[in-house]
Design a protein around this ligand. Sequence first.
Ligand code: 5AD
Ligand code: SF4
Length: 473
Amino acid sequence: MNENGKTQRISETDVQRQLAICQEIKKRWEGRPGGPSLACVQTFGCQQNVADSQRIMGMLQEMGCGFTQDPYQADIILINTCAIRENAEKKVFGVVGQLVHVKEKNPDAVICLCGCMAQQEVVAERIRRSYRHVDLVFGPQALWKFPELLYGVLTGGGRAFSIASERGAIAEGLPVIRESGVKAWVSIMYGCNNFCSYCIVPYVRGRERSRKPADILSEVRGLVEEGFREITLLGQNVNSYGKDLEEPVDFAGLLREIDKIPGSYLIRFMTSHPKDAGEELFRAMTECPHVAKQLHLPVQSGSSRVLKAMNRGYTREQYLEKVRLARAAMPDLILTSDIIIGFPGETEEEAMETVSLIEEVRYDALFTFIYSPRPGTPAAKLPDPASRGEKQVWFDKLLDAQNRISAELHRAYVGQTVRVLIDGESGDAAWPLSSRTQGGRLVHLKGDTTLTGQYANVKITDSNTWALFGEIE
Ligand code: 5AD
Ligand code: SF4
């Protein structure tokens, strides 16, 4: 941010310089014995990380790299990390620890750690001291200058750590590799200003910064022209999109502009913060034919006392009123949510208020988590008297209730015909194709993978808690 609170941009010259460094690296690597360099990129965490990895892979491709899943084959290994819960961090430390064997076999391999864990001082320090085989550590705020950082390592600069906060930075024009020709992620903003008391994200991803509407529109237009069918707009809180921009535009306005792009495609978006989602958004969703009638509206807790302690900015009743308004505008709305069980000081009664809320709302699906203390967040300092065992019991009750609700809602589809987009393989031999309804429900189908990218009308013949099963009509 600059002094008047507006987001600053990385200049085009600075971005061009990074692309020029990619060419320098390409020259260094060209003509090496053993063919082109190979990169192994492993991604943990949310869709934002997936989108970030696609940018990193775009830059690696500019450097002339091919890709491999096998770190032992790779000349450069990049682990894009997640810090949202302790388990995610443990997994990453396990993977990074194993890479010491890769370095023993191939001392020239460059090992990089990036993403949300990398932005934390304590993690960087641990890597510096105890994981000496890691060459480069950089946080999400320094992603755009990955070529420069890598060049430093390759030209003998030694290990590099770039974890300073670059508040306000947004870079346009970085290359990208998308994994499929059907679905694409488009970040519309970065960072978060909400400081929910349990959450590490604002500390590692910095303050909210919005991309300019013109940049987003041209990216989406390009994707539609390339034939992408499903475009998901990403931000930690898409409903505060535009607040930091000079030009007056909000998220509903952005959706309306995107919707004008002609073509056969669907727009999804995540995540909506309930305190900022409202009738203007619901109206735009209703009126824009390209926008999926699907809302991910994390409630986190059904207890107003816990919501206050979480610093969420709404009560149970206010949340339920938002759901009522959204459903009044879109009777077929597919609604999903995130829940945290076992926030410090939560009682059994309060956890059961969350169960009663999900019974009342009847979400199509839920992402459920047991609270994990994140050092540096306010909640991590609160007394937390409930045991892990007690929290597990509450958590299981929540899961049982949601599994029953999901199964009931799915069963109601049996016998209906729904329109789906076929998006790839399901991994299930009996129902090999995977597809999604407009609202994002997973449908497994019979048929061959050449149908990927096509729309189909499907008769639903069976269902379970997690998916629908059907036959193309
Ligand atoms: N412990 C457990 N779950 C968390 N989430 C965020 N921080 C924590 C934490 N410390 C969950 C929230 C959020 C989702 C992405 O992860 O439910 O919406
Ligand atoms: Fe974390 Fe809250 Fe921001 Fe979501 S809105 S990223 S939960 S601080």
